[in-house]
Ligand binder design. Structure first.
Ligand SMILES: *[C@@H]1O[C@H](CO)[C@@H](O)[C@H](O)[C@H]1NC(C)=O
Ligand SMILES: *[C@@H]1O[C@H](CO)[C@@H](O)[C@H](O)[C@H]1NC(C)=O
Ligand SMILES: *[C@@H]1O[C@H](CO)[C@@H](O)[C@H](O)[C@H]1NC(C)=O
Ligand SMILES: *[C@@H]1O[C@H](CO)[C@@H](O)[C@H](O)[C@H]1NC(C)=O
Ligand SMILES: *[C@@H]1O[C@H](CO)[C@@H](O)[C@H](O)[C@H]1NC(C)=O
Length: 175
């Protein structure tokens, strides 16, 4: 009796989960946000040319900067252009320092962002300027763009969505 009662209750969340997973994966945006580790393998430290580093990246709206650094030495201050150039940390626009040595900055406005490390390290080059731009419009399905567009990518996402949904479903059903 109990088993019969429970069965329908098991099915509906499972179906819901399957649908949710499938819809989630299918509706993922074409290009997802990037989280940049500032300075890549070096992190936020001395002796890295961040102008050089930033010049090698393209920053789009809703990307993230991830500052990883020695919390006892450095900090992350967002300043305006003048203070970036002068290494002036007296009136930061935003103090992103959390104290963990791992600070995440959302690049959620299309503009220039300027960061410096206070405590004098800016003078040694710990300063970063990034320009955040809008995502390019998705490629149109015109004959010219056809070879650049990847029709397989949405199919791939559907396949991934279904696979994940099936895994989740079997997981919950077995449970
Ligand atoms: C950092 O790199 C930029 C661009 O490559 C260069 O113009 C600049 O002189 C470098 N700065 C230092 C301090 O080496
Ligand atoms: C930027 O890219 C150039 C050319 O690929 C490379 O030589 C340089 O090391 C890169 N700089 C950084 C900081 O990644
Ligand atoms: C940056 O802030 C300082 C101090 O508030 C101000 O004097 C300066 O004009 C500002 N610079 C810019 C580019 O807004
Ligand atoms: C920034 O915030 C951190 C953590 O709250 C704090 O310890 C530090 O003094 C602040 N620095 C500045 C320059 O405001
Ligand atoms: C961008 O993120 C900052 C920090 O989380 C937040 O204070 C601000 O409201 C956000 N701005 C927009 C336009 O979303």
């Amino acid at each position: 009796m109990e088993v019969q009662k429970r069965k329908p209750n098991m099915v509906s969340p499972t179906v819901l989960l399957l649908l949710t997973c499938a819809i989630f994966f299918i509706s993922l945006p074409q290009v997802s946000a990037t989280r940049f580790i500032v300075g890549a393998k070096y992190g936020w430290t001395t002796n890295v040319n961040y102008t050089d580093w930033a010049g090698n990246q393209t920053f789009y709206l809703d990307d993230w900067l991830f500052f990883v650094y020695d919390r006892n030495q450095q900090n992350v201050l967002e300043v305006n252009k003048t203070d970036y150039e002068l290494c002036n940390s007296d009136h930061p626009l935003h103090n992103w320092t959390t104290g963990a040595g791992r600070d995440v900055v959302p690049l959620n406005v299309t503009r220039h962002y300027y960061f410096i490390s206070g405590k004098g390290f800016c003078f040694g080059g710990m300063k970063l300027a990034v320009r955040v731009q809008n995502l390019p419009p998705p490629p149109k399905a015109s004959p010219i763009n056809h070879k650049n567009a990847s029709p397989s990518s949405s199919r791939t996402r559907i396949v991934i969505g279904v696979v994940v949904a099936v895994i989740w479903t079997s997981f919950f059903t077995l449970w």
